[in-house]
Write a protein that binds this ligand. Structure first.
Ligand SMILES: *Cc1c(COP(=O)(O)O)cnc(C)c1O
Length: 464
């Protein structure tokens, strides 16, 4: 069995797991995140050969290196084809020129109009398949800052033997985002509006996992970006974009939980050559401060107009720390335990140097986000969403660089119609798929930020 289809935990105290184990479990049993025991490798010629290939075929080549014998090649291919059949653009992730050497990598052409679909449409199908093959039931609990919830519901709603619980921070997601989650009509979907922040919701999910008896009893699973399968699926567009450009590019990535940008590091570790990976944050700038000052410290969450990035604890940063420490699981475990206790981690110099060799970071506040949306609309007529705008503003702050500059465009502007209207004075055009949710009846439960009550709610819905 190839080392890239065996998975280990960043905290070093979990047994090796297969791709299907990782898919179904999400979080490793020692509280760490799964990583391949070794990265698969693609040669420069193989990567260049991705140019002109169908997105689905590149996805197959990359994912098949991780799958091992968890699924047959035919099964993997079938699920990849089905995952992308509903996308609006045949390219799946089209690379759209802006001006000069600047490009937008459009990741929002899936059913819920944000980039989360690219990974979750595959994950949902593989998940249902693994469950059919192994038997049993799964309870998915997802914390969402807005887009993961709807993408998970679109991927998993209505499937047998799966119950989906989605916790979003009450009042902290856009109206369209909330309605996308609460209007699915599927009996297996349960929405909780939590009286707290995204980080509170994420903590509750982590704490539910820590209650081992409960987790085992209900078959608890995470489909948040801590699930490695999402990272693997997201690495694909770094390859397709780089192959299309035929030159090493700098990628500027709107960052919250560090999943999307870590997929870029994953691609690099698989052989992709990129110039820089640029972390673009809103005023929740924990990642920018970690890189620039060497102190990873969580503060209060700020409510911004790019709510999918209103995150203080970037879960996937643990993966980058693990790699930057030379895969030192003992150190990673201690570092994360200290961070959980103190909400602060001083990144040791050698680890920081490794991170800085790969990443840059820039943060952007709401005022500059609005100005950027307005400026791009003025010069090009293109309407971008606030998350994309945070990254475009980071690109402006970087100044001119020779190489292709690729901004990951993570959401359709109509998902954040209020912010876009503030920026340009008129609402963005609303695609039919989003307009639909505005008239459907909503179903959600408003709940206090209390672990025991959430647990009770889950148990009662599973019993009923
Ligand atoms: C989730 C999300 C992000 C942040 O991605 P991470 O993987 O959490 O860093 C950025 N933009 C949008 C629109 C998102 O939905």
């Amino acid at each position: 069995m190839s080392q890239s289809s065996q998975f280990i935990s960043t905290r070093g105290e979990a047994p090796q797991a297969s791709f299907a184990d990782v898919l179904l479990a999400g979080l490793a049993p020692d509280g760490g995140l799964y990583m391949p025991a070794a990265w698969p490798h693609f040669s420069a010629a193989e990567i260049a050969g991705f140019k002109g290939k169908r997105y689905q075929d590149v996805a197959f080549e990359i994912l098949s290196r991780f799958v091992g014998d968890s699924f047959t090649p035919a099964e993997l291919r079938e699920d990849i084809e089905a995952a992308y059949a509903g996308f609006e653009r045949p390219e799946i992730a089209p690379l759209s020129p802006m001006s000069g050497n600047r490009y937008l990598l459009e990741l929002f052409h899936g059913p819920t109009f944000a980039f989360k679909d690219i990974a979750l449409q595959i994950l949902g199908r593989l998940f249902a398949r693994a469950l059919r093959q192994r038997g049993g039931k799964a309870t998915i609990v997802a914390a969402t800052s807005g887009d993961t919830g709807s993408a998970a519901i679109a991927a998993l709603g209505g499937l047998p033997n799966i119950e989906v619980f989605v916790l979003h921070p009450k009042g902290r997601v856009s109206e369209v985002q909330r309605r996308q989650m609460t209007t699915s009509g599927h009996a297996n979907v349960h929405n909780i509006a939590l009286e707290g922040s995204f980080d509170d919701a994420q903590s509750i999910v982590k704490d539910l996992f820590a209650q081992k008896d409960f987790a085992r009893e209900v078959g608890l699973t995470a489909v948040n970006s801590i699930n490695f399968v999402r990272i693997a699926a997201q690495s694909v567009y770094y390859f397709t974009a780089s192959a299309a450009l035929e030159r090493p590019a700098t990628f500027i990535v709107p960052t919250g939980n560090f999943g999307d940008i870590f997929a870029g590091e994953a691609a690099e570790r698989m052989g992709l050559v990129a110039k820089r990976l640029v972390i673009a944050t809103n005023s929740n700038d924990i990642m920018a401060r970690a890189l620039n000052e060497g102190i990873y410290a969580a503060g209060e969450t700020h409510h911004t107009i790019s709510p999918s990035m209103d995150i203080q604890m970037a879960s996937n940063f643990e993966r980058a720390l693990f790699e930057a420490s030379g895969r030192d699981a003992g150190w990673t475990r201690l570092a994360m335990e200290n961070f959980a206790r103190d909400r602060r981690l001083d990144i040791p110099e050698p680890v920081l140097a490794q991170l800085r060799a790969r990443y840059d970071a820039r943060s952007t506040d709401d005022v500059d986000t609005l100005t950027t949306i307005n400026a791009i609309a003025g010069t090009s007529g293109r309407i971008i969403d606030p998350h994309t705008a945070v990254a475009v503003n980071a690109l402006r702050k970087l100044g001119f660089r020779e190489e292709p500059m690729v901004v990951l465009s993570t959401a359709h502007p109509a998902k954040f119609a209020d912010a876009v209207t503030r920026a340009i004075g008129t609402p963005p055009p609303m695609p039919e798929g989003l307009r639909r949710v505005l008239d459907l009846p909503e179903k959600l439960e408003i709940m206090p930020n209390k672990l025991s009550l959430i647990r009770q709610f889950i148990s009662s819905r599973l019993a009923g």
